[in-house]
Design a protein around this ligand. Structure first.
Ligand SMILES: [Zn+2]
Length: 326
């Protein structure tokens, strides 16, 4: 079959996205459908939401189901990729949810599951800023921190599908308590949630900053966007908060360089929108702590933004199917 399509699905805690890819890797009609995950409605509702989203996409694209060669699915972990299980996604209240088995009942094409961080790494190495490099680490910094490791161009999953949990590498053994049971986990310092928690505490403590003025001293209006705006206006509080962000990012990334000596770390996620305010401190901290030589291209930023997991899901299923005789 010369033609044919692949589906890609990105199941997130708040949003779920799907796209139809040509075999060559273009998003058909540049159409990405996004719906709210509505995780509060429970696992059956979340799954039916996914099914409807895929059916809607196939219909809107005017594709026939038998033209679809397979689907790649990205989800937060932990997962069992061999059995196609989402083992535990607290946001979705899923426990051992057999997403691949369910898709196999509703759709006649093969489905493969992988961690969204792994798929981010795959996408960056196949078509993104790390294109063609052999060993890379992808780190996403948004609500939490996730990641994926590619060794010799292949996803490194580890013994239990658990590799790449960069958010839970401890950068302070006596630090803040983490829900994972450890202390001082990277994401407690570097994630968007960490920044927001500091903003909330400092607003409550009566500290002065343009960011609090912009939010009208309303705790619910605090956001990364307002922090960016305050920093752009030269507000010293906002700039110091970004330097702190750069410091913790640099400390975390230094651990990854020391462990894996990758050719590049690719940073993605919402926090990277503020890169111009934290990049310098991040690189200085990294250079001071890495045993490996660090140069300007050692850390690059994802350019695929919201589509990175979809691209990764496409490469996952295409490479699997094209090794599998049709
Ligand atoms: Zn943790």
């Amino acid at each position: 079959m010369a033609g044919g399509y692949y589906l890609a699905l990105d199941i997130g805690g708040t949003k779920t996205a799907a796209a139809l890819f040509t075999r060559q890797g273009e998003i058909a009609g540049d159409l990405v459908l996004v719906v709210k995950s509505e995780t509060f409605r429970g696992e059956e509702a979340v799954y039916q939401n996914i099914r409807t989203l895929l059916e809607d996409l196939i219909r809107r694209q005017g594709a026939a189901v038998d033209e679809i060669l397979g689907i790649g699915v990205g989800s937060p972990g932990p997962l069992d990729t061999k059995r196609g299980l989402i083992i535990h996604a607290p946001l979705m209240k899923w426990r051992n949810f057999p997403v691949i088995e369910r898709l196999a009942v509703d759709f006649p094409f093969p489905a493969l599951l992988d961690n969204d961080g792994n798929l981010g790494a795959l996408a960056e190495q196949r078509r993104g800023v790390a294109r063609g490099l052999r060993n890379i680490v992808y780190v996403t910094v948004s609500t939490g921190c996730g990641g994926g490791i590619l060794i010799n161009g292949e996803i490194y999953r580890g013994a239990n599908d658990g590799a790449g949990e960069v958010g839970h590498m401890s950068i302070d053994p006596d630090g803040l308590e983490c829900p994972c049971g450890s202390r001082g986990c990277f994401e407690l310092y570097a994630s968007g949630t960490a920044l927001l928690n500091i903003l909330k505490a400092d607003m409550a403590a009566g500290k002065q900053s343009v960011v609090f003025d912009l939010a009208g001293n309303d705790v619910d209006k605090l956001s990364g966007r307002l922090l960016d705006e305050a920093a752009a206006r030269g507000d010293e509080y906002a700039l110091a908060l970004y330097r702190r962000e750069g410091y913790y990012l640099g400390a975390g990334l230094a651990n990854l360089f020391n462990l894996f000596d990758p050719e590049m770390i690719v940073l993605g996620g919402g926090i990277t929108k503020g890169r111009r305010f934290f990049h310098k401190t991040m690189m200085e901290t990294l250079m001071g702590r890495s045993e490996q030589p660090i140069h300007d291209d050692s850390v690059c930023y994802s350019e695929m933004n919201d589509r990175v997991v979809l691209y990764g899901a496409f490469f996952l299923i295409r490479e699997y199917m094209e090794k599998t005789p049709l």
